[in-house]
Design a protein around this ligand. Structure first.
Ligand SMILES: *[C@@H]1O[C@H](CO)[C@@H](O)[C@H](O)[C@H]1NC(C)=O
Ligand SMILES: *[C@@H]1O[C@H](CO)[C@@H](O)[C@H](O)[C@H]1NC(C)=O
Ligand SMILES: *[C@@H]1O[C@H](CO)[C@@H](O)[C@H](O)[C@H]1NC(C)=O
Ligand SMILES: *[C@@H]1O[C@H](CO)[C@@H](O)[C@H](O)[C@H]1NC(C)=O
Ligand SMILES: *[C@@H]1O[C@H](CO)[C@@H](O)[C@H](O)[C@H]1NC(C)=O
Length: 348
């Protein structure tokens, strides 16, 4: 009965993420003897979107041939395909640091603010730094118009990566794993990478200075603002509510706050690989923590933990000159604070 149920669901086009991982959870124990029936490509792009993607296809990827296997769950990044992939970017240079910014497709304002501020410099402290934006497909009615705009924006800046998952708050785990997949497959020559949200202040100089410290690990390294023994929120009105069915334990493994975390660039490939064996989970930063744990790794505290911050309590030029991250209130704040920080004269 259970098997029938999941086979039926998996061949149906129209089931939600919730259904998928609740099912996953329930039938996980059957994985070992059901892989052979797990054969149809699980997630397909809506036909309308396929046509649009076809038109906007910048690179020709081979059609997906999905072999059977439990790894083909909703967050497994290789279920998705890039229609803009900046394929030459890391062929033409070897970045020391890649800043990967997940951002909503229509949030041009945030992208422009980043392009003017921390995403602007291509060389920081003598090292090549690359800033790229990760976008999924808009759920909006006029997808076509949106795609056109994205193509146009990319012609101008050559910094957009577009994949074919539906871009929504609930799908942030997919977005993060697609970022990891891109790093592993399109930019594995980079030394370090950072996943950083579009509402962040980033003192990119301080980040590069930290990463260049000789004692800093070059592999299996991940740092940021770390959460230890963080309790699972069972209050169903919360944005971070998670049912016991989805995650049965009372606390999460150590994980970096999703707003901004930095890692050695050997990790993306390892995370993608191990994610095949881990039931998808809608809270993306916790999911990274779960993958790390399964890899036998733990995130590291930053050399100076006071440099990774969440919300700021008002702008202070001296303070902003010393930190690496702060979460901001608005895009205007980013531009204003940055402009002030960069004006001549000692900040402290
Ligand atoms: C499934 O297979 C894995 C390794 O192949 C094994 O460790 C695990 O115990 C198996 N689970 C069940 C429920 O048989
Ligand atoms: C999409 O592209 C493929 C090959 O590039 C082509 O065979 C197919 O007919 C196209 N589909 C549509 C709907 O344009
Ligand atoms: C998540 O993305 C998948 C693949 O694009 C899509 O089928 C699903 O509807 C999305 N879920 C939500 C809640 O947006
Ligand atoms: C949320 O929890 C309360 C109390 O446990 C329950 O009465 C309510 O039905 C729940 N709401 C939803 C949407 O699950
Ligand atoms: C963030 O924005 C709110 C509303 O505009 C404002 O009241 C608050 O002071 C801001 N916080 C900081 C730290 O600037």
């Amino acid at each position: 009965m259970c098997i029938m149920l999941f086979v039926l669901c998996y061949i149906s086009d129209s089931f939600s993420w919730w259904e998928s991982f609740q099912l996953n959870d329930r039938y996980q124990k059957f994985f070992n003897w059901t892989t052979e029936v797990y054969s149809s490509p699980v997630y397909q792009v809506h036909p309308k979107l396929s046509v649009i993607l076809n038109e906007t296809h910048a690179t020709t990827n081979p059609p997906p041939t999905t072999p059977p296997g439990p790894q083909y769950h909703v967050a497994f990044p290789q279920n998705y395909h890039f229609s803009l992939d900046q394929a030459d970017t890391c062929k033409n240079k070897t970045p020391f640091l890649v800043l990967m910014v997940p951002v909503a497709p229509d949030n041009v304002e945030a992208r422009n603010a980043i392009r003017q501020t921390w995403g602007k410099a291509e060389v920081v402290q003598g090292e090549v730094v690359l800033t790229l934006f990760m976008l999924g497909l808009s759920g909006q009615a006029d997808v076509e118009k949106q795609q056109e705009k994205i193509q146009h924006e990319n012609l101008q800046h050559q910094d957009l990566i577009l994949s074919d998952f539906l871009d929504s708050y609930f799908n942030l785990t997919i977005k993060t794993m697609v970022i990891m997949d891109w790093l592993a497959t399109h930019c594995n020559n980079a030394a370090y990478a950072m996943k950083i949200d579009s509402d962040m202040f980033l003192n990119v100089d301080n980040l590069v200075i930290t990463l260049k410290k000789p004692e800093l690990p070059k592999v299996n390294y991940l740092t940021g603002m770390l959460m230890w023994n963080s309790e699972v929120i069972r209050l169903n009105s919360s944005k971070w509510y998670v049912s016991e069915e989805v995650y049965p334990y009372p606390t999460y493994p150590p994980y970096p706050l999703g707003a901004g975390y930095v890692f050695s660039n050997d990790l993306p490939g390892k995370l993608v690989e191990i994610s095949k064996t881990i039931t998808p989970f809608n809270i993306e930063d916790v999911y990274i923590g779960m993958c790390l744990k399964r890899l036998g790794l733990s995130p590291s505290s930053p050399p100076d933990p006071s440099q990774f911050n969440d919300y700021h309590r008002g702008y202070n030029r001296c303070m902003f000159s010393k930190v690496i991250t702060y979460i901001l209130n608005s895009t205007e704040e980013l531009v204003n604070f940055w402009t002030d920080l960069k004006k001549p004269g000692s900040p402290c």
